[in-house]
Design a protein around this ligand. Sequence first.
Ligand code: IDP
Ligand code: MG
Length: 140
Amino acid sequence: MDQTLTIIKPDSMEAKNAGNILAHLEGEGFQIQALKRMRLSQAQAQSFYEVHRERPFYDSLVAYMTSGPIIAVALAREDAVAHLRKVMGATDPANAEAGTIRALYGTSIERNAIHGSDSPENAHKESLFFFSQAELIAAG
Ligand code: IDP
Ligand code: MG
C-alpha cells in the first residue's frame, strides 16, 4: 500500500475538528499508520515548508503553523497521495469541491484545515520528518 502524510493544522485543532477529520479519512479507506500530536517550533515549521521560503506567505504560514498544536499522521491506502489530495480539496477552501475536507473545515487559503503531501517522494520525506523508519513500518 502507498503512504502519504497529513497534518491536522492548528485551526482544525482549535475548532476541535481533529476527530471528524480522522473519521473522514478512515471513511475514505485510509489506515492510520502513525500519529503524533505536537507543537511545531519555529525552526521545525520553517524547515517543513522550506520549499515555500521565497513565497510572500512564508512568514505568515510559519507563524500560523506554530500558533498551536498539530497532529501529524502517516496514512496508508492504495494511491494514497493522489487520493488524499482529492479528498483534501483545493488549497483555497473557497475553491474546494463540496464535501472535501478543506471545503468542510477550512476557513481561508492559509487556515485550510490540513496538509497533504503532493508526491510520493515528498510523502516519504515528510513522513520521515515526523516519524522514524520503525514507526512507519506497517504494523498490520
Ligand atoms: P497545498 O497545501 O494545497 O499543497 P501549497 O501551495 O503547498 O498548498 O501551500 C502550503 C500552505 O501554505 C497552504 O496549505 C496554505 O496553508 C498556505 N498558503 C498557500 N498559498 C497561500 C496564500 O496565497 N496565502 C496564504 N497562505 C497560503
Ligand atoms: Mg503543498
